[in-house]
Design a binder for this molecule. Sequence first.
Ligand code: SIN
Ligand code: FE2
Length: 217
Amino acid sequence: MSGVGSLFAETHEAAREEIAPGAFVLRGFALSMGTAVLGALREVTAAAPFRNMVTPGGYRMSVAMTNCGALGWVTDRNGYRYDSVDPESGKKWPAMPGAFRELAERAAAEAGFREFRPDACLINRYEPEAKLSLHQDKDERDFTQPIVSVSLGIPAIFLFGGFVRGDKTQRVPLEHGDVVVWGGPARLRYHGVMTLKEDEHPLLGRMRVNLTFRTAG
Ligand code: SIN
Ligand code: FE2
């Protein structure tokens, strides 16, 4: 490879932080596609508004959620599941916007998962004081496919743990445009989000939005 090519590769490499085997933080990866992603986000949430779902145990979640793509993740008194229909509207979830799919597939490839084809995008909205308890993403059928998680808006501390809930967690600060990809040996690691601090983002206001792409079906 010539000088310029190898320099570029090194710069690129430096932006990819491995936080555990199979788990990577891609700093600022979504920034170049930001405008298209935010426009698409507005369209999706107009068709399927954010709502605070109830856990099987009867607690209303502090994180508001919606979905796009063929399948959407839902929780209610009956449990967690993927459903092609939004229970609030009785209609299919909005299609996954091209800008979302492209971002998710490019990020996955950057982390070494070149075959990733997401069919589900869970959209989480955190306001200050909201948090997401440690959990595993395990309602999907095929664990050979990674999770791609895009952070937008105000910053958060992502907790990345081990394979049992009580394992030590790393605190990973995430900002607007950062993408986390975990798959392979990291696919079933516990993770969560610490209580968000009061803050304001120039594009999204007092809000953090997280797009989580999965192959669910
Ligand atoms: C999730 O685990 O579904 C979301 C993680 C995040 O908001 O960063
Ligand atoms: Fe998760």
